[in-house]
Design a protein around this ligand. Structure first.
Ligand code: G3H
Ligand code: 13P
Ligand code: NA
Ligand code: ZN
Length: 344
């Protein structure tokens, strides 16, 4: 099946009152694995590449400094791979840009094969956010690409912006925002936050989603609400990482019951990134624990050093820097590298 825009999937979530998971990937190997899992469940797949992830997938090892050119190469790398896997797959696959930071980042993703983009203007004033989102919608919709906007600010690390406090989304502004921009879906701030430290007993403000959904219905405006920061941060994964020498503290996710409860309230897309990062970190730690000889391997030993030097971190991109460079140069991985690739 060719890769598809997000819009028809959003329409289905609305019609049948379900939510679709959306999962972040940071490499071609991860995208392939995510597609295989979705095929097992006969589910459509939304794969997300974040702005910085595109930089990383473009071979930029210090991805925090990724330029537009890096993002362009990364967007093309991942889109080419997903289009190839998609062609042999029987499920619909969406490739979505997560937290696009400006018009050019969205344009680069669209021009290189993404079928959906998020423009995150949530740190701007309402009017500037509308202006930017509208510009992206105009470009994207012309090419059949879906657009997600964001209104309200989530607490925690969002890309490289850290916001101490969250500002909940004002439901009455949701209608105005979607009317003015024409975006297809909207990330709202209603109690979630990015990362693995969301606080104990997270309670989601369901009434924000319900009110937004009611306002949209009343005004006959299409618009699906998106839940960011929705990782559940499974305790068994965190415990495994810490048992293998990790130092993750204050880890709390969104309880799964909270997520299930918001699905009938207009939430149709649920974003997960942290849980995948945690799982990959665990896999890498297990690999070096079960295979101590790999710790001194010429090709992957450095990954072990990085894991040891960053015990409180769980972003696999930090650990995978030594092999990313090798893979980007198109060198066929040797056995040890292949063992690492199996973990991601
Ligand atoms: O929602 C935010 C993403 O998890 C951030 O991913 O580190 O690739 O920007 P990033
Ligand atoms: P988590 O950090 O909870 O996985 O959220 C991911 C996300 O919102 C990606 O856009
Ligand atoms: Na944001
Ligand atoms: Zn997010």
């Amino acid at each position: 099946m060719p890769i598809v825009p997000l819009r028809p999937l959003l329409e289905a979530t609305k019609k049948y009152s379900f939510a679709q998971g959306a999962f972040n990937v940071n490499s071609v190997a991860q995208a392939k694995a995510a597609i295989e899992v979705h095929e097992m469940f006969c589910s459509a797949a939304i794969l997300q590449g974040a702005d910085l992830a595109n930089g990383f997938m473009g071979g930029r090892t210090d991805f925090l400094n990724a330029t537009l050119e890096d993002k362009k190469i990364g967007a093309k790398n991942i889109a080419d791979a997903v289009i190839k896997y998609g062609a042999n797959s029987r499920i619909p696959i969406v490739l979505h840009l997560d937290h696009g930071k400006d018009f050019d980042s969205c344009k680069v993703a669209i021009d290189n094969g993404y079928t959906s983009v998020m423009i995150d203007g949530s740190s701007l004033s309402f009017d500037k956010n509308v202006e930017l989102t509208r510009e992206v919608v105009k470009y994207a919709h012309n090419l059949g690409v879906t657009v997600e906007g964001e209104l309200g600010v989530l607490a925690g690390v969002e890309d490289h912006v850290f916001s101490e406090d969250s500002t909940y989304t004002n439901p009455s502004k949701v209608v105005e925002f979607l009317k003015k921009t024409g975006a297809d879906c909207l990330a709202i701030s209603y109690g979630t936050m990015h990362g693995a430290s969301k606080g104990k007993n997270v309670k989601l403000r369901k009434e924000i989603a319900i009110a937004a959904r009611e306002c949209l219905l009343h005004e006959h405006i299409f618009g699906v609400l998106v839940s960011h920061g929705s990782s559940t941060v499974p305790k068994y994964i965190v415990d495994k990482i810490n048992n293998l020498g990790g130092e993750l503290t204050d880890t709390h996710g969104v309880p799964i019951e909270e997520l299930k409860a918001v699905i009938p309230c207009g939430i149709g897309k649920i974003n997960v990134d942290t849980d995948i990062r945690l799982a990959v970190t665990r896999n890498l730690k297990e690999l070096f624990s079960f295979n101590p000889e790999l710790r001194t391997s010429a090709s992957v030993g450095q990954i072990y050093q990085l894991l040891e030097a960053n015990k409180s971190k769980f972003d696999p991109r930090i650990f995978l820097v030594p092999i990313m460079d090798t893979m980007m140069k198109g060198i066929i991985p040797n056995d040890d590298v292949a063992k690492v690739v199996d973990c991601i």
